[in-house]
Design a protein around this ligand. Structure first.
Ligand SMILES: Cc1cc2nc3c(=O)[nH]c(=O)nc-3n(C[C@H](O)[C@H](O)[C@H](O)COP(=O)(O)O)c2cc1C
Length: 512
């Protein structure tokens, strides 16, 4: 059974690859006027507006790693947390078009991830299951009665159609990368509130049940939501809420009245990758987080001002100290994310360095575990030199080269991949984890999304900027690195550089 599911996953991965001569199957035409709605309403629910203030506005970025007393679970602090991880951060306007941005990036700004909250014993909030309405920064009460325990869990689901509408078959990957960004965003926001987020070892069916996503009658005629994962915001002296809902309210709104295409392979791979995530280890090792960048920028400000660069200047040279901080944060223990994701590292960054001070342009790799170093060396080109490139980090130069044009070509010919200071290529341990548990296909993409999020926040804190790159030519990347089997596969790219802002785009506050 697991072998058949693994085969489905590998077949999906292969058919959703972009190649130099052919992109993965996607819509032939796009009508922007029919884009699925970015926000889902639950009509018939009661809506509770959340306070908009950030409770942790004074904490500096450098003080982020310090242990702090858990804040009280109340509506104000939960509102603050949600704003910092999944809330709106700005409205943008240009040439009559208006769109919102959120605390986490999303492929195509399509935001497939929906956020749920289970509250039990929270001051100022009736017990129940709530849908978080990002547009209004409000909670819609979807179910109640029967929750035991005391505390708060966040739940997440993906609406595949939001991504598939634009990206066709490859969209499942983007939903999973987005999920990884969200989990990382939750980790940073929770750390600021003194909460220790914990991934629950619930499988997809249990998550769907707890969040009411398996109530098929409620979803009749509208887009389904795929259960992803639940995260307990474990503060001291709380126990997990155990929901056995007795009452339900509301119906989900329709997002796209006239879907033009269907991509059944997405539901196939979703079914094949159902499962439970690796639960956060009960007692995570204390993290040695290296964060000191000599600035006193506020952490909440970094989270709220994070943006993806749409263009880089093609000339600024990234100080090596900034790259060192980014790389340190990617290593286990280097970021609050690794308190949530305690699973052994399985995704490893390759760096195409274009303009970084004190190191030569070239191709580098930083294996995130000792075992990966040996297996990557076996999988990569035998001509790579593996020269140690940093006295503190497991960073190796593979080859000295000007790789800007290569980075651009490999990243679907996007200029951002060459105008940035460096391009990251996330290489995942692949066939073995998926054979052992096909759900690993989701988890590897989450891990890559988490790496992307850490990169982007570290860059942002230092005055630089990152952009995710989900469009790349998979096997062309493998050829450059010498990867000949599916023991390793590339699953994400990320660019970091000095952003060029477009002065024509006006900005308005997220919640006026
Ligand atoms: C998984 C993922 C893939 C992305 N791929 C690309 C890409 O290939 N090219 C690009 O220019 N931006 C890409 N982006 C950036 C998004 O376009 C950006 O996050 C979105 O427009 C929202 O803007 P913001 O990040 O400033 O909030 C990607 C983002 C994510 C999370």
């Amino acid at each position: 059974m697991s072998a058949a599911r693994a085969a489905t996953v590998l077949a999906y991965h292969t058919r959703s690859k972009h190649a130099l001569d052919q992109y993965a199957a996607g819509p032939g035409t796009l009508d922007w006027d029919t884009q699925p709605a970015a926000f889902r309403d639950w009509t018939g629910t009661s809506q509770t507006p959340l306070p908009r203030d950030i409770s942790v506005a004074d904490i500096t970025w450098n003080a982020l790693p310090a242990a702090r007393a858990p804040m009280q679970f109340n509506a104000a602090n939960l509102g603050s947390l949600l704003r910092l991880c999944v809330g709106l951060t700005a409205w943008k306007e240009h040439a009559g078009a208006r769109w919102s941005l959120r605390a986490h990036p999303s492929s195509g700004n399509l935001h497939p991830t929906e956020t749920w909250l289970i509250a039990s014993g929270v001051t100022g909030l009736a017990d129940g299951l709530y849908h978080y309405h990002n547009l209004h920064h409000a909670l819609e009460r979807r179910a109640w009665g029967g929750a035991t325990g005391n505390g708060v869990c966040l739940g997440f689901s993906s609406i595949h159609w939001r991504e598939a509408w634009k990206y066709g078959e490859r969209a499942f990957r983007y939903c999973q990368l987005d999920m990884g960004h969200v989990l990382a965003a939750v980790s940073y926001a929770a750390a600021l509130h003194g909460w220790q987020p914990r991934l629950l070892n619930r499988d997809s069916a249990a998550v769907a049940h707890d969040l009411g996503l398996d109530r098929t009658d409620d979803f009749a005629g509208v887009e389904a939501e795929e259960a992803e994962v639940m995260v307990a915001l474990q503060a001291a002296a709380t126990s997990l809420p155990e929901p056995h809902w007795q009452q339900w309210a509301g119906k989900p709104s329709l997002l796209d009245a006239r879907p033009l295409y269907q991509w059944p392979v997405i539901e196939e791979v979703a079914a094949a990758t159902c499962g439970a995530p690796p639960a956060t280890a009960a007692a995570p090792a204390p993290a040695a987080i290296i964060n000191d960048d000599g600035t006193d920028i506020r952490a909440a400000q970094v989270l709220l001002k994070r943006r993806s660069a749409q263009a880089f200047d093609g000339q600024s040279v990234l100080p090596y100290a900034v790259l060192h901080r980014i790389l340190s944060a990617l290593l286990p223990g280097g970021s609050p994310v690794w308190k949530l994701w305690t699973h052994p590292a399985r995704v490893h960054p390759v760096l195409l360095v274009h303009r970084v001070a004190d190191i030569a342009p070239g191709v580098y790799v930083m294996p995130r575990s000792d075992t990966a170093r040996d297996s990557l060396q076996t999988a990569f080109r035998s001509s790579f030199s593996w020269q140690p490139a940093d006295t503190e980090l497991p960073l190796f130069q593979l080859v000295a080269a000007r790789a800007g044009k290569t980075a651009r070509t490999l990243s679907c010919h996007q200029d951002i991949a060459t105008q940035c200071a460096l391009t990251f290529i996330m290489v995942a341990e692949f066939a073995a984890p998926i054979a052992a548990d096909p759900a690993a296909y989701r988890h590897l993409h989450w891990e890559a999304g988490m790496l992307g999020h850490i990169i982007t926040l570290q860059a942002e804190a230092a005055g630089w900027r990152g952009t995710g790159i989900g469009c790349f030519f998979d096997d062309a990347v493998h050829e450059v690195l010498g990867i000949k089997s599916d023991a390793f596969q590339v699953i994400y790219h990320y660019a970091v550089g000095m952003a060029l802002d477009d002065p024509r785009i006006a900005t308005a506050p997220a919640y006026p």
